[in-house]
Design a protein around this ligand. Sequence first.
Ligand SMILES: [Zn+2]
Length: 261
Amino acid sequence: MALKRVWTPTNNYSSGGTKTILVIHSMEGFTGANGAKDCAIYFQGNVGASSQVCIDNNRGTIWEGVARQYGSWTQCNYNSRAISCEQSGYASWSKDYWLTNRSNQLHNVADWLAEESAKTGIPLVKISDPNGTGVIYHSNLGPTGCGHSDPGNGWPINEVLAWAKGGSTPAESEEMDMAASVAYYNGKPYFAYVGPDHKVRVNGGIIDKDNYAKSGADIDIDQTSGQKMVCYTNRDGLLCTYLQNVGDSKWYWENRDMATI
Ligand SMILES: [Zn+2]
């Protein structure tokens, strides 16, 4: 989809040269509901740092602080050649965590890469040598590029580049199996199902507002502890498991991918 770019200008930039690399970062924080906006506002301060764009899990909207032809202050000596994308999150996150919990964000990054590639001619290929031209991690820039380790080995570059090349399609166009399920605890029924917005609910409450289901949802309840467990498949085809303890309103994501059992 065409991204809505909210212009959030900062004075933290230098002149730019010929752009050759699209650089992927993680903010190492800013994981709140409006992390990208918060980070863009942070970069407006006298903080000696900036990014062309800040991206989070709010689908379709990104925050742009430095025009692409300038050098944002994110990669030290590569700033003049780089167009940078800062994402909410941490380099320590696993691939499963990114795909399960940050699907919207990753699709936003894919759309951003597609738009930047179309404007600049920089190809949508992952490179690790900063003397080449393509999409590169901040960590690939080495000490000359500030010596950082983001966005981390778990960041799902192959998926994001596939979406970027193919156009990022929303789940709404996909065919879905929306089977519901029920389990009882102390005589009370608990229904798990997927709503028209593709979000999983238990007795009406959405268990994760950021995540979307591709399958129906299955619920099971441990009759000893009362702990509820809901499983479904998300839009990327990954198993998602959420747990809720008795007396707690919050659902917790837990990695129970089949490969780990
Ligand atoms: Zn970085």
